[in-house]
Design a binder for this molecule. Structure first.
Ligand SMILES: Nc1ncnc2c1ncn2[C@@H]1O[C@H](COP(=O)(O)OP(=O)(O)OP(=O)(O)O)[C@@H](O)[C@H]1O
Ligand SMILES: O=P(O)(O)OC[C@H]1O[C@H](OP(=O)(O)OP(=O)(O)O)[C@H](O)[C@@H]1O
Ligand SMILES: [Mg+2]
Length: 282
C-alpha cells in the first residue's frame, strides 16, 4: 500500500485534491478528515500541513507527498522532487519600501522578516551577506509598517499583497516554485506503486495540456499537415471512403489548438475537430 501526504489547507490543498480526484483516487468529503483509505486503489492519504509534508516523507513514514518546492527547500528535509505538477506557481522575492535596497548585497546590516528562514538564510549565506532574520508565521508584508524589519522575503504570486503594503520587489527572484511530488532521498526509484501513482498524475497533466484533433485532408497535403500536428509520437492517418482524402488524428497542445486549426484550414483541411481528453496513460 502507498502512503501519501496531501496538503490539508492553503494554496496547495484544493488543486492537489482536484488533481488526485481526476487521477481516479477517492478524496475526503470534509476538511476535518485527516486520514483517508482508498481501498480500491490500495492507497492511504494523510492530510497534513504543507510545511510538515517534507519532514514526514524524509522520515520514511510516508512514501510520497505533494508540497511546494519552496516549502521542501525551506524544510531542509532529506527529500527530492520527482514530478512537477504545474499548479501553485509562485516566485520567492525580497521586497521593501522603495529606496531601501536594490540588490541582495545591499541587505548587509538590515533585518529581513520571513516565514521561510531556511530558504532566506541559505540565500544570504550563499551571497556572502550578513543580515538579521526575524521569523514570522505569515502576513509578513505588515512587518515593515510595524517596524519589525526593513525588508521582507516572501512568496509572490500576483504581487497584490506587496502593492497593498506599498512595497516593491527587488533583486533577482530567490527561487521559482510550484507544487511537486516528493519522495525520500535515496528511496527506490523503481518502486512499482510509486511509478503507478506518477503515471496516473502524468496522465492528468497530459489530459489538461492536450486536446485530440481530427481533420480530413487531401493526400497531397498530408505531409505538410502532419508537420503541424506531429502528435506525441506519430499521428494516425486513415483512408477515407472519398478517394484522394485521408483522416488525421493527433494530440496537440491546448494552448496552440486554435492557431493550428487556422493553419490546417489554410492548407485545405476540413472537418477540423478538437475534443477534450478525459484521461491518458502514455
Ligand atoms: N498566492 C499564494 N499564496 C500562498 N502560497 C502560494 C500562493 N501561490 C502559490 N503558493 C504556494 O503555496 C505554498 C504555500 O502554501 P500555504 O499558504 O498553504 O503555506 P503556508 O503559508 O506556509 O501555510 P499557512 O498560511 O497555513 O501557515 C507554497 O509552495 C507557495 O509557493
Ligand atoms: O502575490 P499575491 O498574489 O498577493 O500572493 C502572495 C501572498 O499570499 C501568501 O499569503 P497567504 O495568503 O498564504 O497568507 P500568509 O502570508 O499569512 O501565509 C503569501 O505569503 C503572500 O503574502
Ligand atoms: Mg500562507
Amino acid at each position: 500500500m502507498l502512503r501519501i501526504a496531501v496538503p490539508n489547507k492553503g494554496a496547495l490543498s484544493g488543486p492537489a485534491a482536484a488533481m488526485l480526484h481526476e487521477a481516479g483516487y477517492r478524496q475526503r468529503k470534509e476538511s476535518k478528515e485527516l486520514v483517508l483509505f482508498d481501498n480500491a486503489n490500495d492507497v492511504e492519504f494523510f492530510y497534513l500541513r504543507p510545511r510538515d509534508i517534507a519532514i514526514y516523507v524524509s522520515s520514511g513514514r510516508l512514501d510520497i507527498g505533494i508540497t511546494g518546492r519552496d516549502l521542501l527547500l525551506d524544510s531542509g528535509a532529506s527529500a527530492e522532487e520527482i514530478l512537477q505538477l504545474g499548479f501553485a506557481r509562485s516566485t520567492f522575492r525580497y521586497a521593501a519600501k522603495p529606496g531601501t535596497a536594490n540588490s541582495v548585497a545591499e541587505l548587509a546590516g538590515l533585518t529581513v522578516a520571513t516565514s521561510y528562514e531556511g530558504v532566506v538564510g541559505k540565500h544570504l549565506a550563499d551571497s556572502g551577506v550578513a543580515a538579521s532574520l526575524v521569523h514570522l508565521d505569515g502576513a509578513v508584508e505588515t512587518a515593515i509598517q510595524l517596524g519589525v524589519a526593513q525588508v521582507i522575503a516572501d512568496v509572490v504570486e500576483t504581487g497584490t499583497s506587496l502593492r497593498n503594503a506599498g512595497l516593491e520587489a527587488f533583486g533577482e527572484p530567490i527561487m521559482e516554485s510550484e507544487a511537486v511530488v516528493i519522495r525520500r532521498t535515496g528511496a527506490d526509484p523503481e518502486d512499482a506503486n510509486v511509478r503507478k501513482f506518477l503515471r496516473r498524475l502524468q496522465g492528468v497533466l497530459v489530459a489538461r495540456r492536450y486536446v485530440m484533433m481530427d481533420y480530413d485532408i487531401r493526400v497531397e497535403q498530408v505531409e505538410k499537415a502532419v508537420a503541424l500536428t506531429p502528435g506525441l509520437e506519430s499521428p494516425t492517418v486513415s483512408p477515407l471512403h472519398h478517394e484522394g482524402w485521408v483522416a488525421v488524428r493527433a494530440m496537440v497542445p491546448t494552448a496552440e489548438a486554435q492557431l493550428i486549426m487556422d493553419q490546417l484550414y489554410d492548407l485545405g483541411a476540413r472537418a477540423i475537430l478538437t475534443t477534450g481528453i478525459h484521461a491518458a496513460r502514455l
